[in-house]
Design a protein around this ligand. Structure first.
Ligand SMILES: Cc1ncc(C[n+]2csc(CCOP(=O)(O)OP(=O)(O)O)c2C)c(N)n1
Length: 632
C-alpha cells in the first residue's frame, strides 16, 4: 500500500499574516500550533536560540493574533525571547531560518523588522511601561486600538514591572497585561509574588477557604448539613467568589484567570471577552515552558537559551574547543575561594546557570542569593551585605548591569564598599545581538571613583583576579567575555595580583599594543607574525583599566612612538580613552595613538567571530591596523 503523502506544514503553508489565522477553525489552529513548534525546534536546532520560552507561548501567540486586530492593536512582548511564533505568523516564516544569523532575523522583536513588532526588547520588564505609554498615546491621539503587553512571571519580578503596574493600575487607561506564567524564570522563579501566583494556580487559597467553610457549616447544629449540600452545589461559584488575583484587583486591574494556556478554544473565548473590558485588565495564563519538546519540557533551564543541538537526542553539538568557559572557571573559583573564606557570598539576578554559580549554590547554599530579575536590588543588597562585613560577589552580565548604574555609584562606590562585580558576557556576545552586547561597561564604570577595574587575558588570570578582588577592600569589577577560555593551564595556587600593574608579554620598539581582556591574545599573535617579518611590537596586557599602570604605559610611550590600544568596548570612554587621558595629563608628546574598539554604533547579531572580524577586533584586524600605523 502506498504510504500516505506527508504534507509538511499543511496549515502553516497557508498562513502568511495574522489575517489568515482568523479564517481557521480551532482544530486547524491546534494543528498549526504543532507545525509552528516543529519549525521552531528544527530552526533553533540549527541556529541556537531561546527555545523553551518560545515553545511555551505558541497557543497564546495564536490566540492573541486571532482575537486582536494586530498590528493596529499593539502587541508588546516582554524580553521578546518568546516571540518566535509571533515572527512566524507575521510574515517572517520564510526568513525564519536566518534567525540570529548575520543579516538575518533578530532573536528579539525589532521595529525595523516588522510593523507587528511594536517595541524593541531584549531586557526584562519593559513591556508594562511601554504599554502604559501606548495606552496614554491612544487617548491623546483619540484612537481606540487595544494595547496588549505579554510578560512572563520571571519578568514580573523586575522593579520596572512593579512600577508599571503601580502606575497603570492608577491611570485606569484601557490596557491588557497578559501574564504568561510558567513558574520559571530561567531557573525556577523566586520571590513572594511567584509564590502568590503559584497559590492562585493550584487554587490553594480556594481549597483552604472551602474546607474552612465546610467545617463551619458542619458545626451548625441541625441545618449545617443542608447548607453544606447546598454549598457543594455552588462550589464553582465559590471558586469565583473567592477572587484569585485579589492583589491585582487591589492595584486597579480586572483580574481574569488563571487560564489554561495551551487550550486554544479556551483562550479564544476568554480573550474575546477580555477585549470587551474597559480599564486595566490582567489576564493570567498558565503555560508550560518548553511545551511540545520532551527535553525542553523536562529541563527547561537548559533549553532556555541553547546552542545548536541534535533534535533526536536534545544534545548540543560537541564543541571543537575543549577549553572551559570563563563562566565555568568563575563558578569553580568562587566555590574554591568561598570554601576558604566564609565571608564570601554570591548574588545573582536570576542568572544562576548563566553566570556559572550552580556549583557555588550547591556547595554553599546558605551563601547564595538569587534575587530574581532585579539587578538594582542585587547591587544594593550586596552593598548592604558588605556593610555588615561580608564580601559579596555580584555576578551579572555586562548588558544587564547597565540597569544598576546608580546603585553601583550611590550604594557601593560612594560608601567605598568591598563589593565585587563579576561582569560576565563583556564584549561581543554574538547572536543575541544589539540588546545583549556587553560593549559599554568599561565606559559606564570607568568614571566611578574608588572602583578598581580589571579584565583578564585568559581564564587562569581570571582566577587570580577574583582572588585579588575579594581581598581588595574596595569596589572592584572584573569583566570577562562570553564563551571559551584560551585553553591555558590553570595554576594550582591562586595568588593576589599587584594592584594597578600590567604585564609586558612581548618586546619591541616599532609599535606598542596596549590590549585589555579578550584582545590580548589576538594582539600577541599579531605581534608574533610581525616579529617574523622583522618588526618589533611590544605587547602589554593592561590587566587593570583602573588604576592604569601609569609607570608602564608612560614608560612605553617614552620609548615607542606608535601606540595601538585595543579593547572590546565602545571607544567613547573606554580603555583607549583612559590611555589618552593618561598621556594628556602627563603632557606626552611626539607619539601617535590609534584606538581599536567599537565606534559610536550598536552592534547587531552575528557570530562572535564574524563580528570581531567585521569590527577589526580579531587577529587579522589588529594586524591590519598595526600595518597601517607602521606604514605611516
Ligand atoms: C534585565 C534582564 N536581566 C536578565 C535577563 C536574562 N533573562 C532573559 S529571559 C529571563 C527569564 C524570563 O522569565 P519569564 O519572563 O518568566 O519568561 P520565560 O522565559 O519563563 O518564558 C532572564 C532572566 C534579561 N533578559 N534582562
Amino acid at each position: 500500500m502506498k504510504p500516505p503523502e506527508i504534507i509538511p506544514y499543511s496549515v502553516l503553508d497557508s498562513v502568511n499574516d495574522p489575517a489568515d489565522l482568523r479564517s481557521l477553525s480551532v482544530a486547524e489552529l491546534q494543528k498549526l500550533a504543532g507545525e509552528i513548534r516543529d519549525l521552531i525546534i528544527s530552526t533553533v536546532a540549527a541556529t541556537g536560540g531561546h527555545l523553551a520560552s518560545s515553545l511555551g507561548a505558541v497557543e497564546l501567540t495564536l490566540a492573541l493574533h486571532y482575537v486582536f486586530n494586530t498590528p493596529r492593536d499593539r502587541l508588546i512582548w516582554d524580553v521578546g525571547h518568546q516571540s518566535y511564533a509571533h515572527k512566524i505568523v507575521t510574515g517572517r516564516k520564510e526568513k525564519f531560518a536566518t534567525l540570529r544569523q548575520q543579516g538575518g532575523l533578530s532573536g528579539f522583536p525589532k521595529r525595523t523588522e516588522s510593523p507587528y513588532d511594536t517595541f524593541n526588547a531584549g531586557h526584562s520588564g519593559t513591556s508594562i511601561a511601554a504599554a502604559a505609554a501606548f495606552a496614554e498615546a491612544q487617548c491623546l491621539k483619540g484612537e481606540h486600538n487595544k494595547i496588549i503587553a505579554v510578560i512572563g512571571d520571571g519578568s514580573l519580578t523586575t522593579g520596572m514591572a512593579f512600577e508599571g503596574l503601580n502606575w497603570s493600575g492608577d491611570r485606569k487607561k484601557n490596557l491588557i497585561i497578559v501574564l504568561n506564567d510558567n513558574e520559571m524564570s530561567i531557573s525556577p522563579n523566586v520571590g513572594a509574588l511567584s509564590s502568590y501566583l503559584n497559590r492562585i494556580m493550584t487554587g490553594d487559597r480556594v481549597t483552604r477557604f472551602k474546607s474552612e467553610l465546610k467545617n463551619f457549616f458542619k458545626s451548625i447544629p441541625g441545618i449545617g448539613e443542608q447548607i453544606l449540600k447546598f454549598s457543594q452545589q455552588i462550589e464553582e461559584s465559590v471558586k469565583t467568589f473567592v477572587v484569585p488575583g485579589a492583589l491585582f484587583e487591589e492595584l486597579g486591574f480586572t483580574y481574569v484567570g488563571p487560564l489554561e494556556g495551551h487550550r486554544l478554544d479556551y483562550l479564544l473565548k476568554n480573550f474575546e471577552n477580555v477585549k470587551k473590558l474597559e480599564g486595566p485588565v490582567l489576564v493570567h495564563v498558565i503555560t508550560q515552558k518548553g511545551r511540545g519538546y520532551k527535553f525542553a519540557e523536562e529541563n527547561s533551564p537548559t533549553y532556555h537559551g541553547i546552542a545548536p543541538f541534535d533534535v533526536e537526542t536534545g544534545q548540543t553539538l560537541p564543541s571543537v574547543n575543549p577549553a572551559p568557559s570563563y563562566t565555568e572557571i568563575f563558578g569553580r573559583t568562587m566555590t574554591e575561594l568561598a570554601a576558604a573564606d566564609s565571608r564570601i557570598v554570591a548574588v545573582t539576578a536570576a542568572m544562576c546557570e548563566g553566570t556559572g554559580l550552580e556549583k557555588f549554590r550547591k556547595a554553599h547554599p546558605g551563601r547564595f542569593y538569587d534575587v530574581g530579575i532585579a539587578e538594582q536590588l542585587a547591587v544594593t543588597f550586596a552593598a548592604g551585605l558588605a556593610t555588615e562585613g561580608l564580601t559579596p560577589v555580584v555576578a551579572i552580565y555586562s548588558t544587564f548591569l547597565q540597569r544598576a548604574y546608580d546603585q553601583i555609584l550611590h550604594d557601593v562606590c560612594l560608601q567605598n564598599l568591598p563589593v565585587v562585580f563579576a561582569v560576565d558576557r563583556a564584549g561581543i556576545v554574538g547572536e543575541d545581538g544589539a540588546t545583549h552586547q556587553g560593549l559599554f561597561d568599561l565606559s559606564y564604570l570607568r568614571n566611578l571613583p574608588r572602583l578598581v577595574m580589571m579584565a583578564p587575558k585568559d581564564e587562569n588570570e581570571l582566577r587570580h583576579m577574583l582572588k585579588t578582588a575579594v581581598g581588595c577592600g574596595s569596589p572592584v569589577s572584573i569583566r570577562y567575555p562570553r564563551g571559551k577560555g584560551v585553553g591555558v593551564p590553570l595554576d594550582s595556587e591562586i595568588t593576589t595580583l599587584p594592584l594597578g600593574r600590567g604585564e609586558v608579554l612581548h618586546e619591541g620598539t616599532d609599535l606598542a599594543m596596549m590590549a585589555v581582556g579578550s584582545t590580548v591574545y589576538p594582539a600577541l599573535q599579531a605581534a608574533r607574525k610581525l616579529a617574523a617579518e622583522g618588526i618589533g611590537v611590544k605587547v602589554i596586557n593592561a590587566r587593570f583599566i583602573k588604576p592604569l599602570d601609569a609607570e608602564l604605559l608612560l614608560g612605553t610611550a617614552a620609548s615607542v612612538k606608535k601606540i595601538l590600544t585595543i579593547e572590546e568596548n565602545v571607544l567613547d570612554g573606554g580603555f583607549g580613552s583612559a590611555v589618552l587621558e593618561l598621556f594628556a595629563q602627563n603632557d606626552v608628546t611626539g607619539i601617535t595613538v590609534r584606538r581599536l574598539g567599537v565606534r559610536d554604533e550598536f552592534v547587531e547579531h552575528a557570530k562572535q567571530s564574524e563580528l570581531r572580524a567585521q569590527l577589526g577586533l580579531d587577529e587579522e584586524g589588529i594586524l591590519r591596523a598595526a600595518r597601517e600605523m607602521l606604514q605611516k
